[in-house]
Design a protein around this ligand. Structure first.
Ligand SMILES: NC(=O)c1ccc[n+]([C@@H]2O[C@H](COP(=O)([O-])OP(=O)(O)OC[C@H]3O[C@@H](n4cnc5c(N)ncnc54)[C@H](O)[C@@H]3O)[C@@H](O)[C@H]2O)c1
Ligand SMILES: O=C(O)[C@H](O)COP(=O)(O)O
Length: 528
């Protein structure tokens, strides 16, 4: 049997190459190539092991005729076109925890460097200036740290900051009150955090919701003299607005490990007093690099040699016998989880997954994992079916599984219910022809809808003429409706409308839909 061939295209700890070889793969380490060089080479490889430098674009994937798996030795996979990889059947794996401690430590190091102006004091001292009176720092003890994002890295930063006797205020819409108590942090909304924090540190992925979370408007709401640390992703801070806020004195210091454009060879922030930066070094310790290199090589080789799937972002972990039966259920489960996640803004302390009829005969674990992956992926693009149950536990989300073997109205049914402050809300779906996922119930209203692509969710008071008005609004804005699914409790009562649309609905159209008579809620939804 020919050995699988793996290319390591970014600088990686040598343990990765050793493990690939030991586990039966041929491995080449060729780093620093241009996209054109990679396109010319990639066709011969079964596996591609990367960090953040290699951008795995559609063009590279199109040339990767033999590629079966991409392994990211690290957390963020924003340098991989996952939809394109999935469409091509290429599994994308990451190592979700291997560099978390290291990155949290970098954030704390940056905070201290800012508080005591260490880089500039070092530079001036070494230049022979002995600037003894030029640097007056601040203590961190007793200060308030505003944590934006309280996931793996954010939680570690919180624990370290509490150890430094700081107060920690956390903004994370997916942080439950119970988990906040467990972490010892005060859960707050963003405006409260902005008003209270002496230091802010960011630990979220870059998503449509987090892009420019420190915008010009939000920077203006901060306490004067704030110090900011970003070791998560460039794009979370509006860099031009940050420069203005530093020049005006609103922000007393900023430390960035990540930039909107990387490599950041120039920036208006460079040279600004009290601005410090590192070249995306958050994960760069010996310990973290050994962790992620060993883990990515083990996972990828196990997949290429034995077919085992671990930490895949676009594929469930499954045995060969279970796979064909469970696959359509997992697609249904993931969509139901995603629907509930997208429609629930409040903290959710409990999620229940109830399988009924034919679904009750199957292994429920992968179904539950798929629901959790869909639900949690709304808040973090690094969630997969393997790490979702673990993350749910970490975040204090109680997961209940219920089985009813007897059939109800459908021969098979998966129901997902979440407990929120507003009460219990549930959605349910079935499989048509045993393979096609369909939503059949949405918050106690019977509907029938295929959850895919871009969609719009509208709750309105049932009244004549509404469907015409929404159709006209979308038509006038060039948005083509694919399917129209309507459900209501009773004529004239509350009705829900789920529309599939051929293109994303822009914010101004959502706002206009909100203004239509009788409309209570409008939300854009997106499904894989
Ligand atoms: N600088 C580096 O070298 C480096 C190293 C590792 C990770 N990272 C980056 O750090 C970030 C965090 O990683 P992690 O492992 O902690 O991820 P995680 O998924 O464990 O945590 C992310 C947290 O962000 C929260 N979140 C999502 N949307 C939010 C929003 N709109 N507002 C507030 N919070 C929101 C989520 O609920 C979650 O708790 C990622 O972007 C990752 O790529 C950077
Ligand atoms: O998401 C990550 O894991 C970090 O950004 C680390 O990136 P790196 O592997 O390129 O250092």
């Amino acid at each position: 049997m020919t050995k699988p061939k793996v290319l390591i295209s970014d600088k990686m700890d040598p343990n990765a190459a050793r493990i690939f070889a030991e586990m039966g793969c041929d491995v080449d380490v060729i780093t620093g190539e241009t996209p054109e060089q990679l396109i010319a080479r990639i066709g011969e490889y079964d596996g591609l092991a990367i960090r953040s430098s290699t951008k795995v674009t559609k063009e590279i994937l199109a040339a990767a005729k033999n590629l079966k798996v991409i392994g990211r030795a690290g957390i963020g996979v924003d340098n991989v076109d996952i939809p394109a990889a999935s469409a091509q059947g290429v599994v994308v794996m990451n190592t979700p925890f291997g560099n978390s401690i290291t990155t949290a430590e970098h954030a704390i190091a940056m905070m201290f460097a800012l508080a005591r102006q260490i880089p500039e004091a070092n530079a001036q001292t070494q230049a022979g200036l002995w600037p003894k009176n030029g640097f007056m720092g601040v203590e961190v003890t007793g200060k308030t740290l505003g944590l934006i994002g309280a996931g793996n890295i954010g939680s570690i930063v919180a624990s370290r900051a509490l150890g430094l006797r700081m107060k920690v205020v956390a903004f994370d819409p997916f942080l439950s009150p119970e988990r906040a108590i467990e972490l010892g942090v005060e859960k707050a909304d963003l405006d409260t955090l902005l008003a209270k924090a002496d230091f802010i540190t960011l630990h979220t992925p870059l998503t449509d919701q987090t892009r420019n979370i420190l915008s010009r408007e939000n920077l203006a709401k901060t306490k004067k003299g704030l110090r900011i640390v970003n070791c998560a992703r460039g794009g979370l801070i509006d860099e031009a607005a940050l420069k203005e806020a530093m020049d005006s004195g609103q922000v007393a210091g900023a430390a960035l490990d990540v930039f909107q454009t990387e490599p950041a060879k120039e920036s208006p922030l460079f040279g600004t007093p009290n601005f410090i930066c590192t070249p995306h070094l958050g994960a760069s310790t010996t310990e973290a690099q050994v962790n992620v290199a060993l883990q990515v090589a083990e996972q990828m080789a196990d997949f290429l040699v034995n077919g085992g799937v671990t930490n895949a972002l676009n594929m469930p972990s499954l045995s060969a016998e279970e796979a064909p039966k469970l696959k359509p259920y997992m697609a249904l489960a993931e969509r139901l989880g995603s629907l509930v996640g997208q429609l629930t803004r409040d903290a959710v302390p409990r999620i229940s997954i109830h399988v009924e009829g034919a679904a009750a005969e199957l292994n429920q674990k992968p179904i539950t994992a798929a629901v959790l992956a869909g639900f949690l992926r709304v808040s973090s693009d690094t969630v997969n079916m393997v790490n979702a149950p673990f993350l749910a536990k970490e975040r204090g989300l109680e997961v209940r599984e219920v089985k009813t073997e007897r059939e109800g109205d459908y021969h098979t049914l998966v129901r997902v219910s979440v407990k929120t402050d507003a009460g219990e809300r549930s959605v349910a779906g079935t499989l048509f022809n045993n393979v096609e996922p369909r939503l059949v119930e949405l918050f106690a209203i019977k509907v029938e809808a295929d959850l895919s692509g871009d969609m719009m969710y509208i709750v309105n008071q049932d009244a004549p003429g509404f469907i015409g008005r929404i159709g006209t609004l979308l038509g006038e804005n060039g948005i083509n409706i694919g399917t129209f699914n309507l459900g209501r409790h009773a004529a004239g009562g509350e009705a829900v409308l789920l529309l599939s649309v051929d293109s994303p609905v822009p914010e101004n159209v959502l706002q206009a839909a909100c203004q239509l008579p009788g409309v209570k809620t409008v939300k854009a939804l997106k499904f894989a």
